[in-house]
Design a protein around this ligand. Structure first.
Ligand code: ASP
Length: 324
C-alpha cells in the first residue's frame, strides 16, 4: 500500500514537472530572405520566373551553410553578399540612384547571441556594404559609421574601394530618368535582407540597400538604424525590413516586433502582423514588409504592399519562394 501511494505521488510529481518544463519544439535551423517589397505591378512571366529563380539560388547558398552547421551570423552575411552582387536587387550592384545621380548605400548586421551590431550608411565606394557593417561590429568599438569615415575604415579592414559607377545598371539609370521626368514614382523596393536561426539556437539579421530611388543625397533610411530595419535577439526574434524607411524609423519596426513578443508574449506572426498591418498601415506612406524568424524557428513574412520578394526554408522541410 505504501509503495502504491509513493508511486502515485512520484507519477504526479513527474507529470507536473514535465508539464512545467514543456517547451515549444525548435527547428534545428531556419532561414528567410527578402529581395524588397513594393506596390503590385504586372511583371512579364519570364521576369517573375527569373526573380523566383534568383531568390531560390540565394536560399540555396544559405541552406547549404546551415546544413553544414555554419553559424547564423555567417549565413546571413553570406546570403546578403550574394544578393548585393546580384544586379537585379537594390543593394550593392544594381542599387538605386539618388536625385543627384549617384549611389549611396546602407547596410547593417546584428548578432542575436550578444546583441552586437554593426552598420554603415551613405557609403559610395564599398562593393559589399554588409561586409563593412560586419567589420564595424567586430573590429571597431562603434555601431554605425557613415560616408567617408566608413569607407576609410572599410579600406583599413582590407575591403578594396570600387568606383561609384560599379553599382550602376542600365535599368537603374533609366529608372531615375523616368522619376525625374515624373513618369515614375520613387517606389521603395529592392532592398535585400536575411534572418537566420542556426543549429546552436543563435539568431542573426543582415540587411543591405541602395535606399529609395531618387532620394536626396545624404538621406539615410531604416536599414542601418538598429531596431528600425534590422534587429536580432536570441531571446525573441531576428527581423529584417524593407519598405518606406522613414516610417520604419519612426515606428522602430524591428525592435517593436521583438518587444511585443518579449513583453506581451505574442507569437512572431502576431507581432509582425500587429506592427505591419496594425501600426504601419495606419501611417501615411506606402509601407513595405518584414521577414522574421523567432528563437524556435517559427517564420513570419508580413507586408502591406502588393509584393515582397522572399524565400524561406527550415530544417524540417518547409521551403518556398514567393513574390505576391
Ligand atoms: N527601406 C529602404 C530605405 O528606406 C528601402 C527599401 O526597403 O527598398 O532605405
Amino acid at each position: 500500500m505504501k509503495n502504491i501511494v509513493l508511486l502515485i505521488i512520484f507519477t504526479m510529481m513527474s507529470l507536473s514537472f514535465s508539464g512545467c518544463r514543456q517547451t515549444e519544439p525548435r527547428e534545428e535551423w531556419a532561414i528567410v530572405l527578402h529581395g524588397g517589397a513594393g506596390s503590385a505591378r504586372s511583371m512579364a512571366p519570364e521576369v517573375r520566373d527569373n526573380y523566383l529563380n534568383l531568390l531560390d539560388q540565394a536560399l540555396e547558398v544559405g541552406t547549404r551553410m546551415l546544413q553544414n552547421g555554419e553559424k547564423a551570423l555567417d549565413v546571413a552575411t553570406r546570403v546578403v553578399v550574394w544578393l548585393e552582387d546580384c544586379p537585379s536587387f537594390n543593394a550593392g550592384k544594381g542599387a538605386v540612384v539618388t536625385s543627384d545621380g549617384i549611389h549611396e548605400l546602407d547596410a547593417a548586421v546584428m548578432d542575436g547571441s550578444n546583441l552586437m551590431a554593426g552598420a554603415v550608411a551613405g557609403v559610395r565606394d564599398i562593393k559589399n556594404p554588409i561586409l563593412a557593417a560586419r567589420h564595424v561590429m567586430e573590429d571597431s568599438p562603434h555601431v554605425l559609421l557613415i560616408g567617408e569615415g566608413a569607407s576609410s575604415f572599410a579600406q583599413s579592414m582590407g575591403l578594396p574601394p570600387v568606383d561609384n559607377s560599379y553599382f550602376s545598371t542600365p535599368e537603374r539609370l533609366e529608372q531615375i530618368r523616368r522619376i525625374k521626368m515624373k513618369k515614375e514614382d520613387p517606389d521603395p523596393k529592392g532592398t535585400v535582407g536575411c534572418v537566420v536561426l542556426d543549429s546552436k539556437g543563435n539568431l542573426a539579421a543582415a540587411t543591405s540597400t541602395g535606399g529609395m530611388s531618387g532620394k536626396r543625397w545624404g538621406r539615410v533610411g531604416d536599414v542601418p538604424v538598429i531596431g528600425a530595419g534590422t534587429y536580432a535577439n536570441n531571446a525573441t526574434v531576428a527581423v529584417s525590413g524593407t519598405g518606406h524607411g522613414e516610417l520604419w524609423i519612426r515606428r522602430c519596426v524591428a525592435f517593436d516586433i521583438s518587444a511585443l513578443m518579449d513583453y506581451k508574449g505574442m507569437t512572431v506572426k502576431e507581432a509582425a502582423r500587429e506592427v505591419i498591418l496594425g501600426k504601419i498601415d495606419k501611417m501615411e506612406g506606402s509601407g513595405g514588409g518584414v521577414i522574421c524568424v523567432d528563437k524556435n524557428g517559427n517564420i513570419a513574412m508580413e507586408f502591406n504592399t502588393g509584393m515582397m520578394f522572399r524565400a524561406w526554408a527550415t530544417a524540417s522541410g518547409q521551403k518556398g519562394t514567393a513574390i505576391e
